[in-house]
Design a protein. Sequence first.
Length: 72
Amino acid sequence: MTTKSKKTKSAGRFGARYGKTVKDKFVKVESKQRMKQTCPFCKKVGVKRISKGVWKCHRCDKKFASNTYFLD
Ligand SMILES: [Zn+2]
């Protein structure tokens, strides 16, 4: 079964493992890190997380290092 349920969101891929509390915390962090963030250079929303601490803005095409999971 690979169906995602609404309850678990992106943590649905872990199935019945790891417990609800852990998955809830994980969803909180992951949903934020996947959102597009505000670029510190052009002040527009369009920065995506490429890797740990690596971010790229698709508007001004800048790649920069910053916080690991999300920008402020
Ligand atoms: Zn930018």
